[in-house]
Design a protein around this ligand. Structure first.
Ligand code: SF4
Ligand code: SF4
Length: 697
């Protein structure tokens, strides 16, 4: 008994000392990051809710049904089995130890055994999943490609060791008469039957050996966790609690007046993140928390079309760099004059950095709430603002926005051209918006200037007019919201554009805004308030949905066919507007809807976001071709969407597939209008036009 106590406690003290040292080091490292913006200490009820829903309820993981259920039982299994750890240490000192009060309750014994068996079954499930998704055979198609798979197998083995040794000593305890539970502990009693013929003496030895083994594996596992990607067991609840709420989508994280952080003894201001110490403590916590599960990678449009960007590998590479440079990071100040190589080029390949469409699929999927987009855009900011080093083709777009107020460089005078084809006047705000006009219609650059996107704008305007909604436009005074330049990393230009637009709208007394472009919608609704904007913003698909529901617009039989709907990332994932555009299509009697496999939260990007619209796509296959191929495969004759950029990208790909004669790309407003034209005795709306200004015009 004495030897058992000495060994049990000795192992524990050594392992706890090693793990404790590592955790203290991690705390020092992560807390040496810059302050996180926005602050992560407010919104306590929302953070508590996230803990309940995401950590305890495993909501995100359960979206992946089989691995989700297996993870649910493993996580809860280890929580319930904490009771057995108390029992194990008690048994070191007293053969027939049980937890005072509850320690002999049969249902406690049942719960412990139930979860022990559930964890074993989960291990089998994880093993099958890992074998089926072996990166050696599936290469990039495996979500584990790039992960530390050896360590993952070791963890599965360690968990097996914990449960096997647990059941073994409990079974032997049954045979030595020291087990506190009856047949509720079904697995322990079942195994005991097998060990019974060995006799009491041997069973007594088994108790000691299996008990010490159990303690050694658990404490050894603690050390392994502290040094491996399984840190998430401890860090995930903290990371989830500290994440942006309700989610790290929609607005980008930043301060309105740019984050000026002091680094180095020379107090040189740094915009964005070019070295690992430029990241915030939350971004460093993200890096340490990644479980390498690859869910983000499996959904990433860049990765799925052969680009070098994997959000998982990007976070892992940053984590490796953080750990490798921990001493420098913890010292906070480099020695005066010490040069530190930029991450971009040495750790993060520029093609990785510029491949991101900021679609949000990674953030949406990540079970531990890692905020990939903010980290990527921070590095882009550094490249653009500190290094002036970005894809050269973006130069023209940046210049056009700066000088002409739109990415094409067509200028404000062209912004009202789309109204010429309408059979009614669209008021252009001259001074303040008149009292009898309810909305400002924010048309956006693409909706005003691109020939195909204009069709959607015109249909929306006609629908609003038909429903009696009053609206005016800013016309030449409207200017790019700054979304593409912000996603490219040019925070200065974004803020200039935003301030200018806010001043224009405030001077016009704007209170309510309709936005057609989800990127404009996102900037106006989620980002401009940080700069002082105060107006209500609605997307045109939301308004159309309300007008249909109120009976102010009645879809008719002018359209009959099969429609598949493409969720724009900045409308769906970023702003949770999934149902309203669908409800407009639902209301069209002749529209037979078919679903693409990747839809709603798992919708696949069109390839235009994150300023990718303005960059060359020379690596891998084109994202819009991939997405449009999926849409065409549904057999739909209409690919509907609610974003001018998606319209352009999908329409380009339909033409590249030579399917423009039998597949039309239409905004939901066009589809609604076409359905209504039967009621009004008008012919179907014309197929989308083919002329458009080229991106490099
Ligand atoms: S935002 Fe989209 S493109 Fe960018 S890393 Fe995440 S999944 Fe990939
Ligand atoms: S970033 Fe999130 S989703 Fe991606 S591998 Fe890490 S834990 Fe998994």
């Amino acid at each position: 008994m004495a030897l058992r106590i000495i060994l049990g406690l000795g192992i524990t003290v050594v392992m706890f000392a090693i793990a404790g040292r590592r955790f203290f080091w991690l705390y020092q490292l992560l807390s040496s990051g810059h302050s996180a913006v926005p602050s992560r200490f407010g919104d306590v009820p929302k953070r508590a809710e996230a803990e309940v829903v995401e950590v305890a309820g495993q909501k995100k993981l359960l979206k992946w049904t089989i691995p989700g259920i297996a993870h649910f039982f493993t996580m809860w299994g280890f929580t319930i089995l904490l009771l057995t750890i108390i029992e194990a240490y008690g048994c070191l000192f007293q053969e027939d130890f049980h937890i005072p009060g509850i320690g002999t309750w049969n249902w406690i014994g049942f719960l412990e055994d139930f979860f022990a068996v559930a964890v074993l079954l989960s291990l089998v499930t994880f093993s099958i999943i890992r074998l089926k998704n072996n990166p050696k055979t599936k290469d990039r198609n495996s979500r584990f490609y790039g992960s530390h798979t050896g360590a993952a197998w070791l963890v599965l083995l360690a968990i097996f060791g914990v449960i096997a040794s647990l059941l073994l000593y409990r079974a032997a305890q049954v045979n030595t008469g020291n087990f506190p539970f009856g047949w509720g502990a079904f697995a322990s009693h079942g195994l005991a039957k097998l060990l019974e013929p060995l006799g009491t003496g041997v069973n007594s030895v088994i108790v000691t050996v299996a008990l010490l083994l159990n303690i050694a594996i658990i404490t050894g596992f603690l050390v392994f966790v502290a040094y491996s990607k399984h840190l998430h067991i401890f860090l995930a609840p903290i990371n989830v609690a500290a994440s942006r709420r309700p989610r790290a989508l929609g607005a980008l994280a930043s301060t309105p007046d740019m984050t000026l952080e002091d680094v180095g003894e020379d107090d040189e201001p740094v915009f964005g993140a070019g070295r690992i110490e430029d990241f915030s403590w939350k971004q460093m916590l993200d890096m340490a928390t990644c479980t390498e599960c690859g869910r983000c990678q499996s959904q990433c449009p860049a990765w799925n079309t052969g680009k070098p960007l994997s959000p998982k590998i990007l976070i892992m590479d940053l984590r490796d760099n953080l750990f490798a440079n921990a001493d420098r990071v913890m010292a906070r100040n480099r020695e005066a004059g010490q040069e530190v190589e930029s991450l971009i080029g040495s750790v993060i390949d520029p093609d990785v950095l510029w491949s991101c469409t900021t679609c949000g699929a990674c953030v949406e999927q990540c079970p531990v709430d890692i905020e990939h987009i903010d980290t990527i855009v921070d590095m882009r900011r550094y490249q653009v603002l500190m290094e002036s080093d970005f894809p050269p083709e973006a130069n023209l777009m940046l210049r056009n926005v700066e000088n002409q107020g739109d990415p094409w460089g067509l200028g404000g005078s062209k912004r009202t051209d789309w109204t010429a084809d309408l059979d009614f006047e669209v008021p252009v705000v001259a001074g303040t918006i008149p009292d009898d006009i309810e909305y400002l219609y924010w048309v956006g650059c693409a909706g005003s200037l691109d020939e195909r996107a204009r069709k959607g704008t015109q249909a929306t305007a006609r629908m609003l007019k038909r429903a009696g909604v009053t609206f005016a436009i800013l016309g030449p005074k409207e200017s790019c919201t700054g979304d593409p330049v912000r996603r490219l990393g040019n925070e200065y230009l974004y803020q200039e554009q935003a301030q200018k637009n806010i001043e224009t709208m405030s001077a016009a007394g704007v209170k309510k805004v309709i936005a057609s472009c989800p990127h404009c919608f996102n900037a106006l609704a989620n980002e401009y308030p940080d700069l002082g904007a105060d107006f209500e913003v609605i997307h045109h698909s939301q308004l159309l949905s309300h007008l249909v529901a109120e009976g102010k617009l009645t879809p008719g039989g002018g359209y009959k066919g099969t429609v598949t709907y493409h969720h724009p990332c900045y409308l769906g994932r970023h702003n949770r507007i999934f149902d309203e555009p669908r409800s407009v299509i639902d209301a069209i009697p002749g529209a037979n809807q078919v679903e693409m496999k990747r839809c709603r939260e798992k919708g696949f990007c069109c390839g235009a976001g994150g300023s990718r619209m303005w960059l060359e796509e020379n690596i891998g296959t084109r994202i819009n071709m991939d997405r449009t191929g999926e849409a065409i495969d549904t057999g739909a004759d209409v690919v509907s969407t609610a974003c001018p950029y998606c319209m352009i990208m999908l329409d380009d790909a339909v033409k590249a597939n030579a399917r423009q004669d039998d597949v039309r790309v239409m905004d939901v407003s066009q589809l609604l209008e076409e359905s209504m034209n039967e009621l009004a005795g008008v012919g179907a709306s014309a197929p989308v036009a083919t002329e458009e200004p080229a991106a490099d015009e």
